[in-house]
Design a protein around this ligand. Sequence first.
Ligand SMILES: Nc1ncnc2c1ncn2[C@@H]1O[C@H](COP(=O)(O)OP(=O)(O)OP(=O)(O)O)[C@@H](O)[C@H]1O
Length: 241
Amino acid sequence: MSVLSVKNVTKTYNRSGKPALSHVSLTVQKGECVGIVGESGSGKSTLAKCVLGLYDTDLGMIDRPKKLQAVFQNPSSSLNPKLRIMDSVLEALEGQHHMNPSYLAKTGNDRRNIGEYLLDLVQLPGELLDRYPHQLSGGQKQRISIARAISIEPDLIVLDEPTASLDVSVQANVLNLFKDLQDEFSLSYLFISHDLAAVNFMSQQIGVMKDGELLEVFPQKKLFSEERHHYTKELLHVFRS
Ligand SMILES: Nc1ncnc2c1ncn2[C@@H]1O[C@H](COP(=O)(O)OP(=O)(O)OP(=O)(O)O)[C@@H](O)[C@H]1O
């Protein structure tokens, strides 16, 4: 079952310029992580924003699920500095009242119970609920963003460079968390990154973008295969050296 279908999407920012996305098609199946790798300016963020419905497209079609969430690069700008963590972590759930996640059977409708349950899923202690974002580390803040994203049991989460602003030592922990959550809840991700090693670690399918085009999409196991596009081989060369 597919949770996202992007068909022939083209997006140009200014009419005379060249497209930031050109005839891009891809699908994400339930429980699968599709990783999109490309260098700066290749169109990855534009793709993420089109998928999220933040930008209109010029051409093509996007069939997205209703329960859609995102985790962005910078957790500091994703969390309201004036809200306690408790209020941020419950923001998605409380903003969409028709959501009825399965864990409510365990937690009841008690805010603190729900907050503690969600923090536990991202391996944070419940006592952080009473703090403000500035009292947390970058990695902790990103875990709060992740807890908020998974709180509505979304059909798809778009991850747009979710570890790029974190210390290198923390990046692997956060990627491991995404993987554990994917295994536990059959989550589906569209994972966007300039980091081929991260994409290789996370994804079951890999897509390579360059100059607004999705050059190829292939199973992760085929990354080192001879049939890869020559540009993918160039990226691999950098990755190995
Ligand atoms: N708001 C905008 N207005 C005009 N042009 C834009 C805008 N956002 C992106 N672009 C252009 O669209 C192209 C694709 O940019 P995009 O940000 O999607 O790439 P990216 O792969 O995500 O790069 P990065 O990793 O640097 O963010 C680039 O040429 C960029 O300059």
